[in-house]
Design a protein around this ligand. Sequence first.
Ligand SMILES: Cc1cc2nc3c(=O)[nH]c(=O)nc-3n(C[C@H](O)[C@H](O)[C@H](O)COP(=O)(O)OP(=O)(O)OC[C@H]3O[C@@H](n4cnc5c(N)ncnc54)[C@H](O)[C@@H]3O)c2cc1C
Length: 421
Amino acid sequence: MSAARPRIAVVGASAAGLAAAEGLRRLGWDGAITLVGDEPHLPYDRPPLSKQVLSGAWAPERTALRDAGQLEGLGLDLRLGTRAAACDPARREVTLDDAERTVLTCAGVVVATGVRARTLPGTEGVEGVHVLRTLEDALALRRRLAEPGRRLAVVGSGVLGAEAAAVARGLGHHVTLVGSRDTPMERVLGREVGELLAEVHRDHGVTLHQGATVTAIATAGGRASGVELADGTTVEADDVLLAIGSEPAVDWLRGPAAEAAGLDLSDGLGCDQYCAAAPGLYGAGDVARWYHPGLERHIRVEHRMNAGEQGLAAARNLLAELDGERFGVRRPFEPVPYFWSDQYDLKLHAYGVLAGARRVQVLRLGKDPLRLAALYGGEDRVTGVLGIGLTPRQARGLRPLAAAPGPWEEATARLTETVAA
Ligand SMILES: Cc1cc2nc3c(=O)[nH]c(=O)nc-3n(C[C@H](O)[C@H](O)[C@H](O)COP(=O)(O)OP(=O)(O)OC[C@H]3O[C@@H](n4cnc5c(N)ncnc54)[C@H](O)[C@@H]3O)c2cc1C
């Protein structure tokens, strides 16, 4: 590459990496962009993996975020199936794990390497034990669920586990959901809404073991045969899905160069309010833990909308750092966090910060127990809002409540007005 054409490397070719690469071009970067991804696929979307792909409603190709022609239009130096092995922030170099150990010398780097599924020690490679992060993971579990009458044990009743359990039940399988909290999704949604979700899963025929501790994955003849719980119960199963959270993919960043640059890799890549981890090095998406000025603390958000928004924000701020005259000033990244979840025919929408709320106020909407809105927050202030079973218009109306959260009384009045509309 000629010295006249500087390069930006984007590491991680998924939602956040793609948004960064597209953002760089849209904002006018005419240098090279090298997009490095260790998966062999063109960038694809993960939310359908636990929904339409797992159910078989979508062929895997439908998850593609862009087709080859659209990517070609971006003029990328695309390195798929290639892992970034190291990064030297001070020298702005990224080393690839290819045969030549290629070293990319860069003007800037965007880190968008996401997270990896957490597993239980000793279960790697055990037949019948699944995780659900990649397309291959989804297709492997799908193949098993394509056969009738399976017994599936899902360990972890967070959003991923609850969604997978719903899909497997929808396909008619025997499903057991095992969770460490007393109710599904309790860490994020609290006990009251968790109880409601527990009822929904039970009504659909899922067996729940909540408040449970898994002691081992049972095997027979080298394949998973169930899940052993601390209370002595064995949940018999043909397949076990581990949906027990994730680990930020920062292993490749670790080393003396990262230490010298002062990178904070304690929970993802620590970044400032501009998504910068070091000069010329920016983080985006699930891997980035950045300072959110509105919330006055660092957060890391593992949701789809954030990946796209932060990819673009990181691209914009990197360009502003490289050439302020041309690209303007850096702007703090302070989005309203958002996620959705689909379980059976229920749609959940959540804006703002719900996890860790000390106070939750649920507003039931009429007689149907599966239509509600809820406010989450501390003693004085609301920080997040949830809607279940709302119309699209009502759901969209929740966002302003989390964007400008206020005291409880005011937020309750605004919520009542929103859902009445
Ligand atoms: C099954 C499933 C369902 C989901 N459903 C929802 C939902 O309903 N709603 C919602 O809001 N969010 C959902 N999410 C979360 C959402 O998909 C993520 O927030 C989003 O994918 C994050 O994008 P990302 O680009 O930051 O990271 P990722 O999508 O994890 O992409 C990171 C990429 O970097 C690659 N990589 C890692 N290390 C390296 C390396 N050293 N070199 C090169 N490449 C590397 C990875 O292989 C991966 O391809 C779901 C996630 C999953 C897994």
